[in-house]
Design a protein around this ligand. Structure first.
Ligand code: 5AD
Ligand code: FES
Length: 351
């Protein structure tokens, strides 16, 4: 077995490690090992992207969900969740506002809400593309059929985000009820890629029962899928779920994993997530400094913000979009980075 620091060098040189090597790194994570990886990752993202941070405007279109993932605050059996869904007009006015604020990517995210049929979504997507032909539309609406993904793609959607959550079968079972399967999730991701979406996946760090072996499997799966984007953030318990009393994921481990991802996939789009900003006041800045290069400020109308609660204490729920983006600009500038107005497409190796 190579020594620790050399294992990170090997990840950089080969763009991959085997499971045992990832586990070895994760089992031996320390401040200095982490500093070494983060330093390397930051240099990589500076080399590929400069000090430019892409922004994506997040529009949370519905918190109705037919699924019951044990970790999630908007799971169907949470009776305390106050449910809402945005109308086409509301979604379009979020886009208008976002466009004026400089966003060129809109992310329509929501629970698996049967109200949003292919017809309804296609109509909304094509209207956004008609009004803003220079913008990218990203969907993050969970598992749908291949046919559905194809119809939405044909309506103009460019990208799709679907975290695999955990690449380990047994672990997946512990986080989800019987009727959900990792197999289906992976099939969805495969279909999305084949259809031509720029696809994003990802996982939570520190979800209940997660081991370093599971995380190593996540990294191997991601490397094999080779997505355009990888979204990771700490698990944060939600008080109305059965995971209410579970421990939250750690800042240090999330940053270490961000760094490993950046070293493994230097040109991947890597968001510094809201969850990271929720567990530490400077979480998103630290994420950028560990190799992330995307932030996703919230464009949802303020009256729904506190209802799209995937976990407790989510940040930015009281702020107007304009304040949120101004705050984000300041935060990025405070660490020497700037936000760019650009679709920020995934162009392998070309930036
Ligand atoms: N803590 C952190 N992240 C969560 N997500 C859902 N619930 C939680 C939670 N309690 C993440 C999932 C999902 C994404 C939209 O939010 O990874 O894919
Ligand atoms: Fe949303 Fe600061 S980034 S309020």
């Amino acid at each position: 077995m190579l020594k620790l620091y050399e294992t990170i060098d090997k990840l950089e040189a080969d763009g991959k490690l085997n499971k045992e090597e990832f586990v070895y790194l994760l089992n031996n994570m320390s401040d200095s090992l982490s500093r070494y990886a983060i330093e390397k990752a930051r240099k990589k993202s500076l080399a590929y992207f400069g000090n430019r941070i892409y922004i994506r405007g997040l529009i949370e279109i519905s918190n109705y969900c037919k699924n019951d993932c044990y970790y999630c605050g908007i799971r169907k059996s949470n009776r305390n969740a106050r449910r809402y869904r945005l109308s086409k007009e509301e979604i379009l006015s979020c886009c208008r506002l976002g466009y004026d604020l400089g966003f060129r990517t809109f992310v329509l995210q929501g629970g698996e809400d049967p109200y949003f049929t292919d017809d309804i979504l296609s109509d909304i997507i094509s209207e956004i593309k008609k009004r803003y032909p220079d913008c990218a539309v990203t969907l993050s609406l969970g598992e749908r059929s291949r046919e559905s993904y194809k119809r939405l793609f044909d309506a103009g959607a460019d990208r799709y985000l679907l975290r695999h959550e955990t690449a380990n079968e047994a672990h997946y079972r512990k986080l989800h009820p019987e009727n959900q399967s990792l197999k289906n999730r992976k099939e969805c991701l495969k279909a999305l890629k084949e259809i031509g979406y720029q696809t994003g996946t990802g996982f939570m760090v520190g979800s209940p029962w997660q081991t370093n072996e599971h995380l190593a499997e996540d990294l191997l799966y991601i490397r094999e899928l080779s997505p355009a984007m990888v979204g990771i953030g700490p698990f944060i318990p939600h008080s109305d779920t059965i995971f209410a009393g579970k421990e939250q994921g750690s800042l240090e481990k999330t940053l270490f994993l961000l760094a490993l991802l950046r070293i493994m996939m230097p040109d991947v789009l890597l968001p510094s997530t809201t969850a990271l900003g929720t567990i530490h006041p400077k979480g998103r800045e630290l994420g950028i400094l560990a190799g992330a290069n995307v932030v996703m400020p919230n464009l949802s109308p303020v009256y729904v913000r506190d209802k799209y609660m995937l976990y407790d204490n989510k940040i930015c729920t009281g702020d107007e979009a304009a304040e949120c983006i101004a705050c984000m600009k300041r935060r990025m500038e405070s660490i020497g980075y700037e936000i760019v107005v650009d679709r920020g497409d995934y162009k392998k190796g070309v930036f």
